[in-house]
Ligand binder design. Structure first.
Ligand code: SF4
Length: 244
């Protein structure tokens, strides 16, 4: 391991340790998780028309999609947002990071994963040799839920076609779902995050491989779990290589 990577791991607060089993073996040993019946309708139909345009979302390039999102009033969150938070990063990214929804910092700045949680995400990415600009970062919801409450099912259903179109355009080789809400929404399950970790799942709407990890905001509150997040990132990196 390079000194640079060691420094990033130190910055994350992770002590370097050697996993008992090589990550590649863990991937080979993956047993598909039995997913529960869907409880939240995923708005997977990107051909639906929005009220404020005659163009289907499935025909929109990324810039036009961003404009659509900025004008969206499809759910009540539009009334309380400062601005929409569309997504950021490399449109040809191999990794797509998907979180839950904008928080206060994101709502203010219009960019996902900024503030302390964003800095930790950046450090986590660097620990596996990635810069923030190498990946694409987005959320399930593009507008901030008041008080950072969990997204309501109908809000997620209304907003998901935007995320699906982002995934269709970017075509990431892997989606890293960070946090319980993002993982449960993408995988349509209520299985615990602990059980979802360490497996390669699939997002049905786009067929994309999905690996699950903790949300950086949770890691800030529970720093002992950072080691597991690093383990997840290594697993994701191996999974990308495996599914080339
Ligand atoms: Fe539209 Fe999504 Fe914002 Fe709701 S959260 S208003 S669906 S962009």
């Amino acid at each position: 391991m390079s000194e640079r990577r060691l420094a990033y791991l130190n910055a994350m607060g992770i002590e370097v340790w050697v996993p008992r089993d090589p990550v590649a073996q863990a991937i080979d040993a993956v047993v598909p998780v039995e997913l529960a019946e869907p409880t939240i309708p995923v708005g997977g139909n990107t051909s639906q028309l929005r009220a404020d345009t005659n163009l289907p979302i499935s025909d929109l390039p990324l810039d036009a999609l961003r404009t659509q999102v900025a004008q969206c009033t499809a759910c009540e969150l539009h009334a309380s947002r400062t601005q929409t938070v569309f997504g950021v990063g490399n449109p040809q990214a191999e990794w797509m990071i998907v979180g839950e929804a904008p928080g206060a910092d994101e709502d203010r700045q219009g960019e996902p994963f900024v503030g302390r949680a964003g800095q930790l995400l950046n450090a986590m990415l660097k620990a596996v040799g990635l810069e923030r600009g190498d990946v694409y970062i987005a959320n399930i919801l593009k507008c901030r839920p008041p008080g950072n409450r969990d997204p309501q099912p109908e809000e997620a259903a209304q907003c998901t076609p935007f995320l699906n179109r982002q995934i269709e355009l970017i075509q990431p080789r892997l989606i890293l779902a960070v946090g319980r809400v993002a993982a449960h929404h993408l995988l349509q399950t209520d299985v615990s995050l602990a059980k979802l970790r360490g497996s390669v799942h699939r997002y049905d709407a786009t067929g994309s491989p999905v690996v699950v990890s903790y949300h950086p905001a949770y890691l800030l509150r529970s720093p002992k779990e950072k080691r597991k997040a690093w383990e997840d990132l290594q697993f994701a990196r191996q999974a990308i290589r495996k599914y080339q």
